[in-house]
Structure formats: C-alpha cells, structure tokens
Design a protein around this ligand. Structure first.
Ligand code: PMP
Length: 352
C-alpha cells in the first residue's frame, strides 16, 4: 500500500449538485447555479470546428482567448491568467502563496471549495462568520496575522447571494497589508444590478495585492467546458501562470469561450431574464413567508437549520434539485417553468 498524505483522510468532501427526477419524469436542476439555457448555436458551431483539431494539443498560452478577453475587459493581456475553471485558478492561487504555516482567511459560509483547497495545499483556514448572511469585512481585516497570505472575498457570496458595497470594500482593501493577496471572487458578477457593488476590475489597478476571479461557467453558460480566469497586476498574474499544468485549458473550451465573447450581447440578454426571474422568485418566497436575503446572484438562500435535508428531499419528490449546504439550501434561478416548480414545492413545505 502506498503511503498517502494524512490530510486526505480529513478532506471535506466536495458534493456537486445532482439532478433528481420525479415519479412522473420531471427534472429541474437548480443545484449548481448553471445557466438554464441551451448553448448558443454559434458556440456549438465553434465547438464542432474545434473538435476537428483535437488530435493537436491546445494553445498552452491561450493566446486568442487572452486577446479577446483583454479587448472585452479593457485590461492588458499580461494581467490575465486562464485556467480550467475558476476553481482551478483558485487552486493555483494556493500554489502561488501557500507555504507551510500560511493562513488563508475566508468568510463562512462561503464557496465550499475554499476549505477543500486550503486543506489540500496544507494551508490553515481561518473562517470568519457571516453577519446577516454577509461578509463581515471588519472582522476579516481584524483576523489578519503575520501568517496570513491570502483572503477570499466572494462578492456576491455563494451561497447567500449577498454583496459587499464600495465604501466598506475599499476601506477593507486599504486596511489589508500589501503582502496579503486579496482575491475578489466574482463568479456571479454579471448578475449584479446594485450599482454600489464595485467591479473588481475597477479596483485592482492601483492595488498590487488584489486579484479578481471570473468564470465562463455561469452567465456565459460553459460550466461543462471549464474555463475561468484571474485578472491582477502583472506580478500576481505571471506568478499564477507559473503554477499551471501545461495545456490546462483544452482547445474546445478555448474556442467556445472566444465564441461566447463574440456572442456576449445574446448571453447578457439571457442574464437579464434570469435577473428578472430572480426578483420574481424572491418576491414570491417572501410572500410565502420565507426569510430570503437580498440576492445579487443567480440563486437564493433559504436558512432552514435542521430542516435543510428534509426540504431538499421534499423538493426532490417534485423533480426539483436544490443544494443543501449545512444550515440552509441554495436554489438556483432557472427557467420560469423550473422556478414555478420550485415555488410550488416551497409553498407546500411551508403549508405542511
Ligand atoms: N467561485 C464561486 C463563488 C463559485 O460559486 C464557483 C462555482 N460554483 C466557482 C468559483 C468555480 O466555478 P468554475 O470552476 O466553474 O469556474
């Protein structure tokens, strides 16, 4: 038997959202914050064209995609580092700053991959509890020690959907020492409609210790292809690029991401529809008597405490997959039909 790293026994499991099917064959997957739309025909065409070249290795530097992103975001190409999904880029960040004895600070509850990646990297997690379902940035700044190497700020936060606004976020950034990397995880940025939530891309320019994490998995609908990226000043971006495995982003993913940027207007129209549905879903839940934190993402959070598992099972009977996460359930905003099925299940749970 090989000797494994002891940490493997203690790793928290990452439980991905699964689809469920009702007895009459209905299935609404609202457990992974995916786009509810089929891929655009232009993206499928780009994928098919790229498929004809799969006997070749992909471009390891993702030149075409980096150029397209640079033009779209208005940032220099050297500020971009691409990876196989933003979760992989997050893992590279641990490779970049993690060393024995290092600490990483993140809010809890937040994106479940943070503790997993920290444990894998052998870095100590410092979890700062949410206050009113929102990052407590003051407490997070106060948690910094000489061992702190990185802080994740998930804005909007997964799974609560809550945000931190400009004044508090800039005050926080001003307070964090410059040798601590602050990662603004903006996986859900495209769904934000509150004008007072700062765009990380407008913040990192005069802050060498700030990195912005983005993904093609949500608004751009490419969750299955795994493309994410980081934007930071050149020293951080190039350090992260050094930690990649060669050819991490495959050729089909690169082609699909380029095609998605070309079709961005259509994709952002879809986001607009999801945002309208988000309002409808939250208001309907409030009308049913649920407490639902205001959400700027493509999901809602229901704090159910001990009834969380029961609620997930109740929804599953109707073919509605929600995501139980400890003390609550996160439910993605899907198609109107899926949202209706969820609202119907939620109403009956409250009534029962
Ligand atoms: N960050 C946050 C906050 C997320 O919710 C997710 C996906 N659930 C990710 C990063 C990772 O997304 P991906 O790896 O698909 O880019």
């Amino acid at each position: 038997m090989p000797r494994f790293r002891p940490i493997l026994d203690a790793l928290p499991a990452y439980r991905a959202g699964k689809a469920v099917v009702s007895a009459d064959g209905r299935s609404f997957k609202l457990s992974s914050n995916e786009s509810p739309y089929d891929p655009l025909p232009s993206v499928v065409e780009a994928v098919a064209a790229a498929a004809r070249e799969i006997h070749r290795y992909p471009d390891p530097a993702c030149v075409g995609l980096t150029e397209a992103l640079s033009a779209r975001l208005g940032v220099p190409q050297e500020h971009i580092a691409l990876g196989a999904g933003s979760v992989t880029v997050a893992q590279q960040l641990f490779e970049t700053v993690g060393e024995p004895g290092a600490e990483v600070i993140y809010a809890w509850r937040s994106f479940e991959a943070y503790p997993l990646l920290a444990d894998l990297a052998g870095v100590t997690s410092v979890r700062v509890p949410l206050v009113e379902e929102t990052h407590d940035l003051e407490a997070m700044a106060a948690a910094v020690t000489p061992a702190t190497r990185m802080i994740f700020v998930c804005n909007p936060n997964n799974p609560t959907g809550t945000v931190n606004r400009t004044a508090e976020l800039t005050a926080f950034l001003d307070r964090v020492p410059e040798d601590v990397l602050v990662v603004l995880d903006e996986a859900y940025r495209e769904y934000v409609r509150d004008a007072d939530v700062p765009d990380g891309l407008g913040l990192y320019g005069d802050r060498p210790n700030v990195a912005v994490l983005r993904t093609f998995s949500k608004a751009y609908g490419l969750a299955g292809l795994r493309v994410g990226y980081l934007v930071a000043q050149e020293p951080v971006a190039s350090a992260v690029r050094k930690t990649t495995v060669p050819f991490a982003v495959n050729s089909i993913a690169q082609a699909a991401a380029i095609a998605s940027l070309a079709a961005e207007d259509e994709l952002l129209e879809r986001v607009e529809t999801v945002v309208k549905e988000r309002t409808r879903v939250r208001e309907a839940l409030l009308g049913q008597g649920w407490a639902v934190p205001p959400t700027e993402a493509n999901f809602v959070w229901l704090r159910l405490g001990e009834r969380t598992a029961e609620f997930a099972e109740h929804c599953a009977v109707d073919g509605v997959a929600v995501r139980p996460l400890g003390e609550g359930a996160r439910v993605s905003v899907g198609s109107p039909e899926a949202n209706d099925a969820f609202l119907d299940a939620a109403a009956r749970f409250r009534a029962g």
